[in-house]
Design a binder for this molecule. Structure first.
Ligand code: FEC
Length: 310
């Protein structure tokens, strides 16, 4: 019979309904419940986004299904079985590992639906999966990052090129491309975390492939905590480039995210778009990767390479 390989596909997770937002937010806050004001603010953001309240859930489901199909089509000699493991919602990372063990999986790999490694993001997913796998006697290997995979760069570049067309006759040199990713607490810099460097490397590769010279990087979606987060924030960037450089056209490409969800549909499409309007900036955003075949091929490639020990 065919060799069976379990693939734990890990993603951020989202509530399934508005009454689950509190439990979800409490989990993100490591067990500290949000204040009523914080809860209302987050609930309002979910209610404001278009495309359904919790698009991340359906998008993750589709990505996992498409990846399983891609892996099995690429490698018919192996049977790949994908399992979901979410960071902050059910099925949790530990549930996914447990299901693999129950199904008699002996060889398993884990991957996160986020291309860039930080000890605070991908590192956290891997740690939890690893701990559960050890407890159950399952041996697992993990993909840590894939931020420069040629197919990922191609997929992102295609989006930048296509979205530049929305500025019609505006010369490319007059459009500022801003690559963004989720901010993290500044302390990761002292920890020599690869996250900022990997994000810049992806941005540079996409800029090169698309022939874009007029670009910069900005952070988004920083947490509302007392400790400082990596900046500059996209909203501050918009003010600065308008006031100091009279930039009128901005293309935002959120390279740190792979799916339509709150951080893209609210933080960029509503919040950043509102700031741009106030400043008289024409702002466009590149569409999310979601199940782009090139993204699925990226994931399939890096998973297979890990299985082969390459
Ligand atoms: O659509 C959805 O329902 C979920 C959207 C969502 C994604 C996402 C991705 C990342 N986060 C990362 C780091 C942090 C850190 C904190 C934090 C807090 C939140 C809150 C919400 C939220 N995150 Fe998130 N994140 C998403 C949603 N995130 C909601 C809580 C309210 C708020 O602050 O806005 C701060 C936690 C703390 O208080 O200690 C840190 C990183 C990513 C990208 C990598 C990944 O996908 O894992 C990094 C999607």
């Amino acid at each position: 019979s065919k060799q069976r390989i379990g693939v734990l596909v890990m993603s951020y997770g989202t509530p399934e309904s508005l009454d689950q937002v509190e439990a979800y937010y409490t989990h993100i806050r490591r067990g500290n419940p949000p204040s009523p004001e914080q809860l209302k603010e987050l609930t309002d953001r979910y209610e404001a986004i278009v495309g359904g309240f919790f698009p991340l859930r359906e998008n993750t489901n589709k990505q996992v299904k498409a990846l399983e199909e891609r892996l099995n089509a690429d490698h018919p000699q192996v049977e790949f079985v994908c399992y979901q493991g979410l960071k902050h919602a059910a099925p949790f990372i530990e549930d996914g590992v447990e299901q693999m063990a129950k199904d008699g999986i002996r060889q398993a790999v884990g991957i996160v639906l986020a291309p860039h490694y930080s000890v605070m993001s991908v590192g956290g997913y891997i740690k939890r999966a690893q701990e559960k796998a050890e407890e159950l006697g399952l041996s697992m290997q993990f993909v840590k990052s894939y931020h420069l995979h040629p197919k990922l760069i191609e997929a992102l570049s295609n989006r930048v090129t296509e979205t530049l067309q929305r500025f019609e006759d505006t010369p490319k040199a007059d459009i500022r491309v801003i690559f963004t990713a989720h901010s993290l607490p500044e302390k990761i810099v002292e920890m020599r975390d690869p996250y900022p460097e990997q994000l810049l490397a992806t941005s540079k590769a996409v800029a090169e492939q698309t022939g874009v010279d007029n670009w910069q990087f900005g952070w988004q979606s920083a947490g509302r905590t007392a400790s400082p987060w990596l900046g500059p924030d996209i909203l501050d960037v918009l003010h600065t480039i308008k006031n100091e450089e009279q930039v009128q056209n901005v293309l935002v490409c959120p390279v740190g995210f792979v799916s339509d969800h709150l951080e893209v549909l609210y933080d960029l499409d509503i919040e950043a778009q509102q700031t741009a309007k106030e400043l008289g900036i024409h702002l466009e955003r590149t569409p999310s990767l979601n199940t782009d075949p090139l993204y699925m091929e990226t994931l399939s490639d890096v998973i297979y390479q890990l299985c082969e020990g390459k």
